[in-house]
Design a binder for this molecule. Structure first.
Ligand SMILES: [Zn+2]
Length: 144
């Protein structure tokens, strides 16, 4: 792959057309280009699939720092086995955008979606069956 092709791919964003966004939990900014991150900030911008997801994470980080929530993780992996392991391995893996324990100690699983798909619905169904957790969907424009 040429450098030019890589640049084109990056500009197009993800498969749903959303532009990848970087967020810094120190200066609390979202930026489309990490090179634009202020050098005066000691924070490290993290890449997200969309602006909605990036903003959601910043809000969760504030809650985490305030001690309101705990155990915050990004891209939490849930191996899905379906009817059982296939050659000892999961059939597929569900990656939740965020998981955390809320102020009541309840485990929360969040998925930020521009567009829901049948495959995603199917994976959430297996997640519910195998882990007993219900995914909360956050769509564009929906704040926390
Ligand atoms: Zn920063």
């Amino acid at each position: 792959m040429t450098k030019r092709a890589t640049a084109t791919t990056r500009r197009r964003g993800n498969k749903y057309g959303a532009q990848a966004v970087y967020a810094c939990d120190r200066c609390m900014q979202t930026i489309t280009n990490p090179d634009n991150h202020p050098s005066s900030c000691a924070g490290e911008p993290v890449r997200f699939h969309s602006k909605t997801e990036a903003r959601y994470w910043l809000v969760l980080r504030v809650d985490e720092r305030a001690g309101v929530i705990s155990g915050l993780k990004r891209q939490a992996a849930f191996p899905l086995y379906g009817a059982g392991p296939r050659n000892g391995k999961p059939v597929t893996t569900y990656y939740a955008d965020f998981v955390y324990f809320d102020q009541y100690g309840d485990y929360r699983v969040i998925d930020v979606k521009g567009q829901d798909t049948r495959v995603s619905q199917l994976k959430r169904g297996f997640l519910q069956a195998e882990y007993g957790v219900t995914v909360e969907l956050v769509t564009k424009g929906q704040g926390k």
